[in-house]
Design a binder for this molecule. Structure first.
Ligand code: SF4
Ligand code: F3S
Length: 112
């Protein structure tokens, strides 16, 4: 199994998750992060760290699409291991519906 980042990370990107990952398997896009499923060791420590509750185990229903999403963009984006400021409008966007369609950017983030 693996853990994955899901849509409520988009336009928030708190980055608390990256500080606790023992294997540094988070990758940074312009406005969201992803986990590389092949590197994640399923320890689960990142899940409770996310203020947006965006990290889920792939054992939950409907996660297949997010596993493929996380894998695809992990192979394109730079690694991130250090926390940085959340995106400027994170309070406004936390919990908003339809974030994938409205805000997702395929552009890479800055990484570490
Ligand atoms: Fe990293 Fe563990 Fe979270 Fe996987 S479950 S991304 S290994 S902290
Ligand atoms: Fe995103 Fe939550 Fe990490 S909002 S950057 S998955 S702490």
């Amino acid at each position: 199994m693996t853990y994955v980042v899901t849509d409520n990370c988009i336009a928030c990107k708190f980055t608390d998750c990256v500080e606790v990952c023992p294997v540094d398997c988070f990758y940074e896009g312009e406005n969201t992060l992803v986990i590389y499923p092949d590197e994640c060791i399923d320890c689960g420590v990142c899940e409770p760290e996310c203020p947006a509750d965006a990290i889920r185990p792939d054992t939950e229903p409907g996660m297949d699409v997010w596993v493929e999403f996380n894998r695809k963009y992990s192979e394109l984006w730079p690694v991130i291991t250090q926390k940085k400021d959340p995106l400027p409008d994170h309070e406004k966007h936390d919990g908003e519906e339809g974030k994938l369609e409205k805000y997702f950017s395929e552009k890479p983030g800055a990484g570490d």
